[in-house]
Design a protein around this ligand. Structure first.
Ligand code: ADP
Length: 270
C-alpha cells in the first residue's frame, strides 16, 4: 500500500531534508532515466549517489532541485520555495564551473542574489562571506581566465553558498580536476559541511570519493537508476589523509565496489 504523503510539518518534525517515493523519470524522447527510487535524506546528512555514467544521478538531483518534474512518484524537499531575502533553500553545483568569463569573481558570485532580486544592501557582505568560506577573498576582483580549475570550482561553490542554502546538491563537481586538487577540495568541502551544518547530496561515479566524503553511500543500478545498495560509512570524524590511507577506508571501498560492479555489467563496450 502506498505510504501517505507527509505534511510539511510532519516532514520537518521527522528531521528530513529530502524524501523521494516511487519516483521515476521518463524523458520526452522515451528514455526512462530513473527509478522507481525511494530515498530519505536527513537534515545535515552527507549522502553520495554513486553509479555509472548515464544511470540517472543528475536526473535525481534535478528532480530534488525542482528543475525537472517526476513522471511518477513524489518529491518532498524541506522549504523548497525561495524566500524574499534572496536566501534559497537549495544550492546547485555543476560539473562545469559555468562562470561568466567577462565578470569578476565577485560578480559571478553575486549572480544568484541578483536573480533573486535580493536587497543589495547586504549582498557585498554575503559575497565576502561566501568567498571566505571557499578561501578566495584575495581573488574577488580576478577574472575566471586568471584562475586554475580548482579555483574556478571554488567560485562555483561560493556562488552556491551565497544564498545560504540548507541543501547543497553537487553534481560530480570535482570530476575534471587533477587528483591532488580534488583531494584538497574534498577536504575543504568536508570542513564546510562540518562548519555550516548543511545537508549535502553529492553525485559521483568514484567509489573512492564517495567513501571518503559521505556518511552514507547509495549505490545505483545502471539506467534506469534504482538503489542497488546502501552503505553507512561509520569512520571517525574529522576525516583526513590518515583515513584516506587506512585499512578501514580500503575495506569500505572494497565493499562499495562490490555492490557497484553489477551496475557496470553489460557496459563493457561503453
Ligand atoms: P548520470 O548523471 O548518472 O550520468 P543523467 O541523469 O544525466 O545520468 O542521464 C540519465 C539518462 O537520461 C541518460 O541516458 C541521458 O542520456 C538521459 N537524459 C538526461 N537528460 C535528458 C533530457 N533532458 N532529455 C532526454 N534524455 C535525457
Amino acid at each position: 500500500m502506498a505510504e501517505p504523503a507527509l505534511s510539511e510539518m510532519e516532514f520537518d518534525a521527522a528531521g528530513l531534508a529530502v524524501r523521494l517515493r516511487a519516483v521515476t523519470k521518463a524523458y520526452d524522447n522515451g528514455v526512462t532515466a530513473l527509478g522507481p527510487l525511494d530515498l530519505d535524506v536527513a537534515k545535515g546528512e552527507f549522502v553520495s549517489l554513486l553509479g555509472p555514467s548515464g544511470c540517472g544521478k543528475s536526473t535525481a538531483l534535478r528532480l530534488i532541485a525542482g528543475l525537472a518534474t517526476p513522471s511518477f512518484g513524489t518529491v518532498n524537499v524541506s522549504h523548497r520555495a525561495a524566500r524574499a531575502d534572496g536566501r534559497h533553500p537549495i544550492g546547485f553545483v555543476f560539473q562545469e564551473p559555468t562562470l561568466m568569463p567577462w565578470a569578476s569573481v565577485r560578480e559571478n558570485v553575486r549572480l544568484p542574489l541578483k536573480l533573486a532580486h535580493a536587497a543589495a544592501v547586504d549582498a557585498d557582505r554575503r559575497i565576502d562571506e561566501a568567498l571566505a568560506q571557499v578561501g578566495l577573498n584575495e581573488f574577488a576582483e580576478a577574472y575566471p581566465r586568471e584562475l586554475s580549475g580548482g579555483m574556478k570550482m571554488r567560485v562555483s561553490l561560493a556562488r552556491a553558498l551565497v544564498t545560504d542554502p540548507d541543501i547543497l546538491l553537487l553534481d560530480e563537481p570535482f570530476a575534471a580536476l587533477d587528483e591532488i586538487t580534488r583531494f584538497r577540495l574534498n577536504n575543504d568541502l568536508l570542513d564546510l559541511w562540518r562548519k555550516l551544518g548543511k545537508t549535502i547530496i553529492f553525485v559521483t561515479h568514484s567509489v573512492f570519493e564517495s567513501v571518503y566524503l559521505s556518511q552514507r553511500v547509495l549505490v545505483m543500478t545502471a539506467r534506469p537508476g534504482r538503489l542497488a545498495g546502501e552503505f553507512r560509512i561509520a569512520a571517525a570524524e574529522p576525516r583526513d589523509e590518515a583515513f584516506r590511507t587506512s585499512a578501514e577506508y580500503a575495506g569500505y571501498c572494497r565493499e562499495v565496489s562490490g555492490a557497484l560492479a553489477p551496475s557496470y555489467a553489460g557496459q563493457r563496450s561503453a
